[in-house]
Design a protein around this ligand. Structure first.
Ligand code: C2O
Length: 550
């Protein structure tokens, strides 16, 4: 009863509208929440109910996704456009209401329509319920660190141009820490994030990668960090001098201000796993300033090279879960559904006599198991599921790719059927409470890179990850079934694979997609339709009355 008594209702209003901001050397009109970039930080305790009234005063269609929230029996609040809802039209509103249960740590919220999340994002912090504590000594202070990107152009124009030409989107003009580019960019001496610390105290940095299209290295000069959670799931403490993070991921670290009084740069620079893909090779930095510091020139950390896959892999693969800790879930041992899903880019025919600027004069595209996902336009998939409307999605997503090939070999591009994956609305239907294991295998068609694959509605266990083609005989021997990390986003190693496992205990429609923003409209996605359970408590309730209409 005490835990019921301690649960609260936390209410926010999001006014989403144009904001003129000065960044780098000019002004730009962006879409922002409550007039700030990043948007408001939401703080709840585990067990609370979060209610957010979203008023769309922007000129664009809008939805908000609560990235990493399970949305147990509240799928109507998940937010991906045309998956769980139709968009909130300009001038309209929608109230997202859901309980935050059985997860603690750092998550975030962001727009989930077109590419608006470039500026519509913020932190969502879940602390233990009152009377409960962290599985580590309480830090003296907690600080959200949101890594982002800044464009000197209108972000919707950037996306539209990419879609029109068939090429990749233009690179951003800067990376940012808490919305600020830092002093390595033009006109940005004063646009730098500063964190004041007191010597001897412990700070929890809640690091969120809200960048659109880049994985990032994050370092603080002369300081080590202790990772205690990823994706709002506790980890066995892991000490590192570099954090590697893909779009969508969060990393909670403890930082002890144990160095001589002074000032130290914190910096983020790209981990661009792919050879041949253009990326923004710049560095954003902020300053950690000790109380009493008089030093004028902060110390700069040495950043890893942009293609430093060994450093990225070491960090990603050394993380383990805090078995037995708060909200720990043991790995389900029996698997009901075995899936093998290829993940990668491809092409779409340019069409007509148009000229496209993608590879080979075609348009860039992407697929899972050779199906390039297309979002419906007339009704959301969750409404189709709930009201049993046909023709919105197709329940035939294959458990493996159509043919087996050497996924590390880019020279099969003469196989046109694999290169030009057909457009599809294909989804996988799962029985309630079934356990699913998925081998995610990157392909090398067009380009080979690390894809951060995000699953809505669940955390999964990461059983193993590696390079090359997945070996079904020997790689299962490497599975960590004891204390694997639990996450909602996995960076599938460049030219490699990762194995995840989760229990489909949440009825609804849950998209799984690459969190490199450009890859979503290209089709690097599918969805799981999890059937209702046998009782009302395992069945999705009806939509709220204000669910936007299409
Ligand atoms: Cu953070 Cu489907 O997204």
């Amino acid at each position: 009863a005490s835990s019921v008594a301690s649960a609260a209702i936390v209410e926010h209003s999001f006014h989403v509208k144009n904001l003129t901001l000065r960044r780098l050397c000019g002004e730009q009109v962006i879409t922002a929440v409550n007039g700030s970039l990043p948007g408001p930080t939401i703080r709840v305790r585990e067990g609370d109910t979060l209610v957010v009234h979203v008023f769309n005063k922007s000129p664009y269609n809008l939805t908000i996704h609560w990235h990493g929230i399970f949305q147990k029996l509240s799928g109507w609040a998940d937010g991906p456009n045309m998956v769980t809802q139709c968009p909130i039209l300009p001038g309209s509103s929608y109230t997202y209401k859901f309980k935050v249960i059985k997860q603690e740590g750092t998550l975030w919220w962001h727009a989930h329509v077109s590419t608006l999340r470039a500026t519509v994002y913020g932190a969502l912090i879940i602390r233990p319920r009152s009377g409960h504590s962290y599985p580590f000594p309480k830090p003296d202070k907690e600080v959200p660190i949101l890594l982002g990107e800044w464009w000197n152009a209108n972000i919707i124009d950037v996306e539209n141009q990419a879609l029109a030409t068939g090429a990749g989107p233009n690179n951003s003009d800067a990376y940012t820490i808490n919305g600020r580019p830092g002093d390595l960019y033009p006109c940005s001496q004063n646009q730098i994030y500063k964190l004041k610390v007191e010597r001897g105290k412990t700070y929890m940095l809640r690091i969120i990668n809200a960048a659109l299209n880049n994985q990032l290295f994050f370092k603080i000069a002369n300081h080590k960090m202790k990772v205690v959670a990823v994706d709002a799931s506790y980890t066995k403490p892991y000490i590192t001098d570099v954090v590697v993070t893909g779009p969508g991921m969060t990393t909670d670290v403890l930082l002890i201000a144990d160095q001589p009084v002074g000032s130290y740069y914190m910096a983020a620079s790209p981990y661009a796993s792919a050879a041949g893909v253009p990326f923004d090779n710049t560095t954003t930095r902020g300053i950690l300033i000790y109380e009493g510091s008089t030093s004028a020139t902060p110390i700069m950390p040495l950043m890893p090279a942009t293609n430093d896959t060994p450093t990225a892999h070491k960090f990603y693969s050394n993380l383990t879960g805090l078995a037995g800790g708060p909200h720990w879930i043991p790995v389900p041992r029996h698997v009901d559904e075995h899936m093998f899903i290829t993940v990668g880019l491809g092409l779409e025919p340019c069409g007509g006599n148009a000229t496209c600027q993608g590879p080979f004069g075609q348009r860039l595209s992407a697929s899972m198991n050779n199906k390039s996902f297309q979002f419906p336009t007339s009704l959301s998939m969750l409404q189709a599921f709930f009201f049993n409307v046909g023709g919105i999605y197709t329940p035939n997503f294959p458990d493996k790719p159509p043919v087996k090939f050497d996924y590390t070999n880019s020279n099969i591009s003469n196989d046109q059927s694999l290169l030009f994956a057909p457009k599809s609305t294909s989804v996988k239907v799962l029985k309630y409470n079934s356990t699913v294991q998925i081998v995610l295998q990157n392909t090398a068609l067009i380009v080979v890179e690390n894809h951060p694959i995000h699953l809505h509605g669940f955390n999964f266990h990461v059983l193993a990850q590696g390079f090359g083609n997945y070996d079904p005989v020997n790689d299962p021997k490497k599975f960590n079934l004891v204390n694997p990390q639990m996450r909602n986003t996995i960076g599938v190693p460049v030219g490699g694979w990762a194995v995840i496992r989760f229990k489909a205990n949440n009825p609804g429609v849950w998209i799984m997609h690459c969190h490199l923003d450009a890859h979503l409209p290209w089709g690097l996605a599918t969805a799981f339709v999890v059937q209702n359970g046998p009782t009302p408590r395992s069945t999705l309730p009806p939509p709220p009355a204000d669910l936007p209409k299409c």
